[in-house]
Design a protein around this ligand. Structure first.
Ligand code: NAP
Length: 288
């Protein structure tokens, strides 16, 4: 069994991006600049935005964090996005999700200039991805594709089961893995909360991607010998740690890992790779 080390892979790729940035600057080019908007003070969101800012610094990008209070109106947020859309200094913009309940997330996503939408959530970018055209691919699925690629995992002709059909993980993942590409060329099944017998599907899967947000949902008896298991889930559960919580994935690691050919850990698997996709998309958005 091989652990797919997302942290180490991400560190390697950050080194590669940093070299590219140095080269751009040496040639008199523009330093890539990512802006993030964070509305409210949700603990997990603050942590994720903090990781993204730190990653920008590590590769030599400029970054700007705009913090807005929880009670920010939708109009105010849209005005902020419009300002950044018009700011030629800023190449990429992300709005950290989830947003407070009184704000319409889809309206916000659609307000971002598709050319700055480095999260790849705008309908224009989603549409291009569906057609297999070059675009900003949603960061988590793109990170998983990169991880499979770096570990040379064969996907062609494999049965792949994805648990979860969200717009940001499950569905784009299913699309990418079913495309005529490498990694890709999979026969993909999407499972969700209405699927009758998930185990029936996962037992037939060569590759399982668990993205439902239920801690330790995928147990050992649901996985066949030699499967590749990618755990996207991150749930904060209370624990006797300094922070008072720990991060738990959607896979019951101790049971599932011994049966796998490859498996991602949580933390240190998909999470760091998601940030890599953001950096890569920002580099592209900056014209480099
Ligand atoms: P989401 O929008 O809540 O979607 C969850 C999906 O799981 C839905 O399609 C839902 O089905 C399905 N589901 C829920 N309960 C189920 C069950 N009992 N059996 C089968 N399917 C079930 O979540 P998300 O945004 O995709 O995120 C999923 C997980 O990944 C979360 O833990 C999140 O924190 C994590 N995540 C991690 C990263 C990373 O960088 N590592 C990035 C994004 C998300 P229905 O559609 O039928 O409701």
């Amino acid at each position: 069994m091989v652990i797919l080390d997302g942290k180490a892979t991400a560190d390697t790729i950050k080194g590669e991006i940093a070299l590219q940035v140095e080269e751009v600057i040496r040639k008199g080019g523009k330093r890539p600049h990512l802006a993030a908007i964070l509305v409210g003070d949700d603990g997990a969101s603050q942590t994720y935005v903090g990781h993204k800012e730190r990653a920008c610094k590590q590769v030599g990008f400029d970054s700007t964090l705009i913090r807005l209070p929880d009670e920010t109106s939708q109009e105010r947020l849209l005005a902020e996005i419009s300002k950044i859309n018009g700011n030629s200094e800023i190449d990429g913009l992300i709005v950290q999700l989830p947003l407070p309940k009184h704000i319409d997330e889809q309206k916000v996503i659609e307000a971002i200039d598709p050319k700055k939408d480095v999260d790849g959530f705008h309908p224009v970018n989603v549409g291009k991805m569906l057609l297999g055209l070059p675009t900003f691919v949603s960061a988590t699925p793109a990170g998983i594709i990169e991880l499979l690629s770096r570990y040379n995992i064969k996907t062609s002709g494999k049965n792949c089961v994805i648990i979860g059909r969200s717009n940001i993980v499950g569905r784009p993942m299913a699309n990418l893995l079913s495309q005529k590409s490498n990694p890709g060329d999979c026969t993909v099944t999407i499972c969700h909360s209405r699927t009758r017998d998930i185990k029936e599907h996962t037992l037939n899967a060569d590759i399982i991607i668990a993205a439902l947000g239920i801690p330790e949902f995928l147990t050992g008896d649901m996985v066949k010998e030699g499967a590749v298991v990618i755990d996207v889930g991150i749930t904060r559960v209370e624990a006797d740690t300094k922070s008072g919580f720990k991060l738990v994935g959607d896979v019951k690691f101790d049971e599932v890992a011994p049966k796998c050919s490859y498996i991602t850990p949580v933390p240190g698997g998909v999470g760091p790779m998601t940030i890599i996709s953001l950096l890569k998309n920002t580099l592209i958005a900056s014209g480099n």
